[in-house]
Design a protein around this ligand. Sequence first.
Ligand code: GCO
Ligand code: MN
Ligand code: MN
Length: 388
Amino acid sequence: MNDFQPLPHHKFTFGLWTVGNVGRDPFGHPTRPALSPVEIVHLLAEVGAYGVNLHDNDLVPIDATPAERDHIVANFKAALADTGMVVPMATTNLFSDPAFKDGAFTSNDARVRAYALQKTMRSIDLGVELGAKVYVFWGGREGTESDSTKNPLDAIKRMREAMNFLCAYVRDQGYDLKFALEPKPNEPRSHIYMPTVGHMLAFIYTLDHPEMVGLNPEVAHEHMAGLNFTHAVAQALDAGKLFHIDLNDQLFGRYDQDFRFGAEMIKQAFYLVKLLEDSGYDGNRHFDAHAYRTSTLEDVKAFARGCMRTYLILKDKVARFHADADIQALLAQIHADKGEFDYLKGGYSAEHAQQLSATAFDLSVLGARNLPYEQLDQLTIELLLGVR
Ligand code: GCO
Ligand code: MN
Ligand code: MN
């Protein structure tokens, strides 16, 4: 009997900012009290998470003295030791302070760009001290409202220079750390540079050390752009660049919702879990989501449990999909292949080209094939609805 209990090997993680979200939105004040980082570690341990991720300032206030920093970090490490929680990922807050109102690495102001680099170096040091192996970059302010204000070519160049500088810093320190870039199309800027997984993937190959840099795709961000998230993740996996993943849920065409994983688009969530599980992805499953603004503490815990439980239920559905005789029979029918074109798997050769040129294709036969996709999709829906 599968009880859908989260276990450490599932690698379920949450950010301090996720279950710590106080319910503030652009129209209203917080609806629940702030929890301290130590309280959040205990909450996450209680609900069965494996790890906790953080921005530098989720833990250490931006104006803390070095002594205050050391004291806070020591308390946090004690909470990790008490609970067995780990810190697999860390990141920098380059968006809250008004200094970053026109971006961090892409700001028009060289002083802001330099400060962003310095802040990130310190935050990388903190992340490594806490054990992080993945360092995320989400450039929420790296964009514009008006393109009169910034030349996009300058912005992309500045972003590249920043990544190259920080990769070199990590190498120079001898840190065992990879970077994961997180694209988002908009919010909080009207337009954010390199807005989707595809854009960011292309950017990575322009860096000095592309082998150190991969992606942190997020469900909500591709959905905000109206894109198929599973296809985006597949492209990252295919390139060997899925270094991390942010799971949540989000309807197309809405504000940045950050809902509980699987809360809205259950079919898309199923195909995503199927891809992650079938591909053997062994990184963290990080939930970058928060509870509804209407929730109080008990409901925040239910939110966190719900993210993990839905993932595990969908993982079970994936196993049922693979074991379902009717589904597998349809797939076998769809993929039936007499092997007459197996020679093309060997790629191009002059003989293959000649053989192919000499082949006659009967388009009426190809066009008349029965593709039982309605049947297959209905069986998938019935499986998800729990009647098979
Ligand atoms: C958002 C982003 C952030 C980042 C976080 C970690 O839409 O606000 O998803 O939550 O993931 O800053 O880099
Ligand atoms: Mn997001
Ligand atoms: Mn995110």
